[in-house]
Design a binder for this molecule. Structure first.
Ligand SMILES: Cc1cc2nc3c(=O)[nH]c(=O)nc-3n(C[C@H](O)[C@H](O)[C@H](O)COP(=O)(O)OP(=O)(O)OC[C@H]3O[C@@H](n4cnc5c(N)ncnc54)[C@H](O)[C@@H]3O)c2cc1C
Length: 458
C-alpha cells in the first residue's frame, strides 16, 4: 500500500503518536523547514487526565477528544496518516504501518504508555482499564449494566458482587475515580435506583504501597485519605490484588472481595515500538534516550513523553509519566531539531516541575506547588478545574466541559449515564490493538462469596 505522501525538498520528520508530546511537537515545528508527518491509530487527540470523568458520567467523550486534522488545519507542512505503526526499521529509515511504509529523515516516538498488568493474566483478562476513550465508555456502561442486573437478582451475594466496585492503584487516577464513584453513589444512584439498597454498595480503593498519591506531599496524601473516608470509600493500603476471577478479587489464595467490577489503575509500561535496538528498551518498555531525547544507538531517532526513559541526576528513575513532561520535551526537541538542521550542537533537556494535583470530589482537591506549597479544599478544587479547562484542546470542548461541570455542581446530578457500549461476553480487539477479553464471567458461572469473607473488607 502507498501512503501517498508528497515529495518534499525538506527533510521529513515522522512523529508516531498525537498525544500530548506528538501534538505539541508537530505544532512547534509549524514554521520549521521540515515536512511533518504524524501517524496515530486514532484520528483524535485524547485528553487522558479527564478519562475518569467520562467513565463516571461527568463529561461526554467528545469533550475530551479533538480531531487531529482540525487541530492542524492551516499548517501547510503538516500531514496525517491514520495507521497503526507495527515496527521501526532503523537500517532503512522507515516505519512499517498498517497502511504501508513511511520513510523518514528524523523519527520521533511519542507513543505514550500501555496499562501494566504485571503479568497477572486473570486481571488482564477480566479487569476494566482506563487508558482510552473506549475504555472509559466501557467502564461507564459496565457499571450501569451491573446496577441494572443487581435489580434483577434475588441472591444477596450476587447482588453484593454486582454493586461492589474495587479500584486498584492509589495514584491520582485511582483516587479520582474512587471519589467520583462515591459521589455518584451519594447523589446520582439514589435517584435512578430507588429500589436498590445503596448502603450495600462498597467502593474499595486498594493500594500496594503504604500511602495514596505516592509522589505527592504528606499533607496531600493525608487530605486525600480524609476526603475519601468522608465519602465512604474504604481504603486498603499495603495490599495487592493477585487474581481476579469468578467475580472475586483475591488478596491471597483464600481472602477476597466479591465483585463484578474491578478497575485497574495500578501502573503503566512504555508503549515501545518493535524494531528498536534491544539495549535501548528497558524492563518496563520505555526507550532509553540521552539528554536531548535521542534514542540510544540511533542518530536520527528520538523519543519523548511517557515512552522515553530519560534518567538525570535529579530523576534517577526516569522522568515521571506526566503530560507536562511530554509537552516540555516536545518543545525542547523542536528547538534541538532546529539546531541540528543548522549544524549546531543540541542541548540537554531540563524538566521544570510546575506542581501536581488530584481531585477527590466537589470542593475536595489537593494541590502541591514547587517550594513546598500545599493547598486543598475548595481552592484546590477551583485550581484543578481552572488548569484542566485551560489545557483542554479546542474552544468547543472547553465550553462543553464547563457546562457539564456547572450542571453537575448546581444540580448534584450527572446527565451522562447511557449504556452505549454494552458488553458482549467474548474476546474482542481493544483500541490499543491488543487482544483483551472484556468480561468473561457469565452470570451462570457466578459463585456466591461466603458472607464471612465479604465482611473482611468492611
Ligand atoms: C487516566 C489517566 C489520567 C491521567 N492524569 C494525568 C494528570 O492528571 N496529569 C498529568 O500530567 N498526566 C496525567 N496522565 C498521564 C498523561 O496522560 C501522560 O503522561 C501523557 O498522555 C503522555 O503523553 P505522550 O505524548 O507521551 O503519550 P499519549 O498522550 O498517551 O499519546 C500517545 C499517542 O500515541 C498513539 N500510539 C501509540 N502507539 C501507537 C502505534 N503503534 N501506532 C499508532 N499510534 C500509536 C496513541 O493512539 C496516542 O494518541 C494521566 C493518564 C491517564 C491514563
Amino acid at each position: 500500500m502507498d501512503t501517498n505522501l508528497p515529495v518534499s525538498a525538506h527533510p521529513r520528520v515522522v512523529i508516531i503518536g498525537c498525544g500530548f508530546g506528538g501534538l505539541r511537537l508537530a505544532q512547534a515545528l509549524r514554521h520549521a523547514p521540515v515536512q511533518v508527518v504524524v501517524v496515530d491509530r486514532n484520528n483524535y487527540h485524547n485528553f487522558q487526565p479527564l478519562l475518569y470523568q467520562v467513565a463516571t458520567g461527568a463529561l461526554e467523550a467528545d469533550s475530551i477528544a479533538y480531531p487531529v486534522r482540525k487541530i492542524f488545519a492551516g499548517q501547510p507542512n503538516f500531514f496525517f496518516r491514520l495507521a497503526d505503526v507495527q515496527r521501526v526499521d532503523p537500517a532503512r529509515n522507515a516505519v512499517v504501518t498498517s497502511v504501508g511504509e513511511i520513510r523518514y529523515d528524523y523519527l520521533v516516538l511519542a507513543t505514550g504508555s500501555l496499562t501494566n498488568f504485571f503479568g497477572l493474566e486473570s486481571i488482564e483478562r477480566n479487569a476494566m482499564q482506563i487508558k482510552s476513550i473506549p475504555n472509559a465508555l466501557n467502564l461507564r456502561s459496565f457499571i450501569f449494566q451491573n446496577f441494572e442486573k443487581a435489580l434483577l437478582t434475588s441472591d444477596p451475594a450476587e447482588k453484593q458482587a454486582l454493586l461492589n466496585i474495587v479500584v486498584v492503584g492509589g495514584g491520582p487516577t485511582g483516587v479520582e475515580i474512587s471519589g467520583s464513584l462515591a459521589e455518584m453513589r451519594k447523589h446520582v444512584l439514589p435517584k435512578d435506583y430507588p429500589e436498590l439498597d445503596l448502603a450495600a454498595m462498597q467502593v474499595i480503593l486498594v493500594e500496594a504501597g503504604p500511602a495514596l498519591l505516592g509522589p505527592m506531599s504528606a499533607a496531600s496524601q493525608a487530605d486525600a485519605g480524609r476526603y475519601l473516608a468522608e465519602l465512604g470509600v474504604q481504603v486498603r493500603l499495603n495490599t495487592s490484588i493477585k487474581k481476579f476471577e469468578n467475580c472475586r478479587a483475591y488478596f491471597s489464595d483464600t481472602e477476597f472481595i466479591p465483585t463484578e467490577n474491578l478497575v485497574w489503575a495500578a501502573g503503566v509500561n512504555g508503549a515501545e515500538v518493535p524494531g528498536l535496538p534491544a539495549a535501548a528498551v528497558t524492563r518496563n518498555k520505555r526507550v532509553t534516550v540521552n539528554g536531548w531525547n535521542q534514542v540510544q544507538g540511533l542518530a536520527n531517532v528520538f523519543a519523548i513523553g511517557d515512552v522515553a526513559n530519560l534518567v538525570t541526576d535529579d530523576m534517577p528513575k526516569g522522568m515521571p509519566m506526566l503530560a507536562p513532561v511530554a509537552q516540555q520535551q516536545a518543545d525542547h526537541l523542536a528547538a534541538n531539531l532546529g539546531r541540528l538542521l543548522h549544524g549546531e550542537a543540541p542541548r540537554d533537556f531540563k524538566y521544570r516541575n510546575k506542581g501536581s494535583m488530584a481531585i477527590v470530589a466537589r470542593n475536595k482537591a489537593v494541590v502541591d506547588l514547587p517550594g513546598n506549597v500545599h493547598f486543598n479544599g475548595i481552592l484546590g478544587w477551583a485550581t484543578w478545574l481552572f488548569v484542566h479547562l485551560l489545557t483542554l484542546v479546542g474552544f468547543r470542548n472547553k465550553v462543553v466541559a464547563l457546562v457539564d461541570w456547572a450542571f453537575s455542581y448546581f444540580s448534584s446530578d450527572q446527565a451522562l449515564r447511557l449504556i452505549i457500549r454494552p458488553f458482549s461476553r467474548r474476546d474482542v480487539k481493544d483500541d490499543q490493538g491488543k487482544k483483551s477479553a472484556e468480561r468473561q464471567t457469565a452470570t451462570a458461572e457466578y459463585t456466591p462469596a461466603p458472607p464471612a469473607i465479604q465482611n473482611a473488607v468492611s
